[in-house]
Write a protein that binds this ligand. Structure first.
Ligand SMILES: [Zn+2]
Length: 210
């Protein structure tokens, strides 16, 4: 995965980093237990050191993460390209298996958006008026739900300032890495042209060659 890239501006960067705590490709998860989640939030100033984090909180964080992945995948051209739809000129044996192997599972989990929609009402925000520009802040700071609410506030802020459309999940279903699209016309489809872009190109080439 491209580590050298310029990330999204804060606070949207937290969303990008949260999504990338699960690596779809190798199955690793940086937030696999409550202690790891606590360290992740504390490291970003979203939670004070020593704040209690339980398994239920970790599970909610994972739900929020996967819902956000689904949302930023939608920022990247909606549905991933369908090999079946594009392969009609090819031979029948290529239709279900564009890589010549097993179909790649989509890193965007089915039902992830519904799960986020169920979790979000518990992540309360209030309008803070005391410090200049009014802004949404967690109603329960110092808790996991407060930290997750801060991430949702970052989404709302990014939608308002237009930067949200630049946060994307890689179009490659087996990757779905989050990245911030700095390109002028917001046209970047893959986390890395060298890796995922070339995979998609190779598939298209094999289809044309049949
Ligand atoms: Zn990718």
């Amino acid at each position: 995965m491209p580590e050298h890239e310029e990330p999204a501006p804060l606070p949207l960067r937290w969303v990008e980093e949260l999504v990338n705590t699960r690596n779809v490709e190798d199955g690793s998860d940086e937030l696999a237990d409550p202690a790891a989640l606590a360290a992740w939030f504390v490291g970003r100033g979203l939670l004070p050191a020593g704040a209690p984090v339980d398994e239920a909180g970790r599970a909610r964080a994972a739900q929020v993460r996967e819902g956000l992945r689904a949302l930023i995948a939608a920022n990247n051209g909606g549905e991933p390209p369908s090999p079946a739809a594009e392969g009609e000129a090819g031979s029948p044996e290529g239709a279900g298996s564009p890589d010549g192997g097993a179909a790649v599972a989509d890193g965007v989990e089915p039902g992830a958006l519904d799960a986020l929609a169920r979790t979000a009402p518990g992540l309360a925000l209030v309008l803070e008026l005391g410090s200049g520009r009014p802004r949404l802040v967690p109603a329960h700071p110092g808790t996991v739900d407060g930290a997750l609410a801060a991430l949702l506030a970052a989404v709302a802020e990014a939608v308002a300032d237009g930067s949200w459309a630049r946060l994307k999940a890689c179009r490659e279903p087996g990757c779905r890495w989050a990245y911030y699209d700095h390109s002028r016309n917001r046209s970047r489809a893959w986390c890395s042209m060298a890796v995922c872009g070339n995979r998609a190109k190779a598939r298209a080439f094999r289809r044309r060659g049949r």
